[in-house]
Design a protein around this ligand. Structure first.
Ligand code: HEM
Length: 327
């Protein structure tokens, strides 16, 4: 009995020490944080803003979900992706190839921040607005519902080179994808679940034309490739856009996994999920169990939202009137 108690006490000491080691912001992330921290209506304000934009243009919902991913993978979920270039720093994440010109939804964040500043100035971080907006977009487009902890701080640094370093390009193979997700604490299974986001939104032709020319890649359904060639002609002067999912374009659902299996997903990285027995099996499971996909997607979004990397020497803040500039 005594030894059990001493084990329990040791565990408690370790748990407390671990908690103290966590950066302040991660330790204090809580579901409903703003209800107890001077902005009772924060979540409902974000929700109604997102709803009004996404009703008019569902593509913005896709943009917001991708924005959350691109924010969290670079310096943690700290809204560094929202920072505009300044004379002192004209190479921000926003301008880097993985984000420019493809990332969208900035106007939704601006509108939510504006409303929040009226209600409770300087309280709600831009990083939390992105996390909440992605959660709300997942509900609106996929009927996927989950609670996301809040209480993040906004970072003061945005470095374009880091976006290139940490955001996976569409030509990565499975080993490379797994490595980049692992470096952010996410498993291969979580990566497969999150990839279901490619059942909504769009892609620029330039993200996959290397699979179409000079020959249609053998990893792609040949008829699908021929159709994409029509939409994305070689030597086109503008970089066109196509939908990611030609079956249920605006629904965040398991169709993505069916597309992967039938070789009708856009990217080489999508196809590569078929190249290990474990990920291939998971893809197949989701085609048959949409509810399982939704549950895993929700949990993986929450996990992604816990990536906090506030580094020593760069303390966070809650940005003031705008999410586009540091205080
Ligand atoms: C596994 C590695 C991933 C790669 C290589 C990848 C790559 C890409 C690329 C190249 C695009 C098209 C960009 C363009 O040309 O317009 C895209 C779009 C998109 N991605 Fe990913 N992605 C990955 C994972 C994710 C994750 C984890 C999420 C979110 C959970 C996500 C959400 C989206 C969404 C929603 C779009 C459509 C955006 C829009 O319509 O504006 N992706 N992705």
């Amino acid at each position: 009995m005594e030894s059990k108690i001493s084990i329990l006490v040791t565990c408690l000491i370790f748990a407390t020490a671990f908690q103290l080691l966590l950066p302040l912001s991660e330790a204090s992330l809580k579901v409903g944080y703003y209800r107890h921290h001077n902005c009772y209506r924060a979540e409902s304000i974000v929700k109604s803003t997102v709803r009004s934009f996404v009703r008019k243009d569902p593509g913005l919902g896709a943009g917001l979900i991708r924005m959350f991913f691109h924010d969290c993978f670079v310096r943690g979920c700290d809204a560094s992706v929202l920072l505009d270039p300044t004379p002192a720093n004209n190479q921000t994440e926003k301008q880097a190839i993985p984000n420019n010109p493809s990332l969208r939804g900035f106007e939704v964040i601006d509108a939510a921040k504006k409303e929040l500043e009226k209600e409770c100035p300087g309280v709600v971080s831009c990083a939390d607005i992105i996390a909440l907006a992605a959660r709300d977009a997942s509900f609106l487009l996929g009927n996927i519902s989950y609670k996301i902890p809040t209480g993040r701080l906004d970072g003061r640094i945005s470095n374009g080179a880091e976006a290139l370093q940490f955001l996976p390009p569409p030509f990565f193979n499975l080993t490379q994808l797994e490595a980049i997700f692992a470096s952010k604490g996410l498993s291969a299974a979580e990566m497969v679940a999150l990839s279901g986001a490619h059942s909504i939104g769009r892609s620029h032709c330039s993200s996959f034309t290397s699979r179409l020319y000079p020959t249609i890649d053998r990893t792609m359904n040949q008829q699908f490739g021929a159709a994409l060639r029509n939409l994305c002609p070689q030597n086109a002067t503008v970089d066109g856009v196509v939908r990611q999912d030609f079956v249920t374009a605006n629904k965040l659902d398991e169709q993505y996994y069916k597309n992967v299996e039938s070789l009708t997903a856009l990217f080489f990285s999508d196809w590569s999920l078929l190249t290990s027995p474990a990920t291939r099996q998971q893809v197949n499971t989701y085609t048959k169990e949409p509810e399982k996909f939704k549950e895993d997607f929700a949990n993986a979004m929450i996990k992604m939202g816990s990536i906090i990397e506030v580094l020593p020497g760069s303390p966070g803040e809650v940005r003031g009137a705008t999410c586009r500039f540091v205080n």
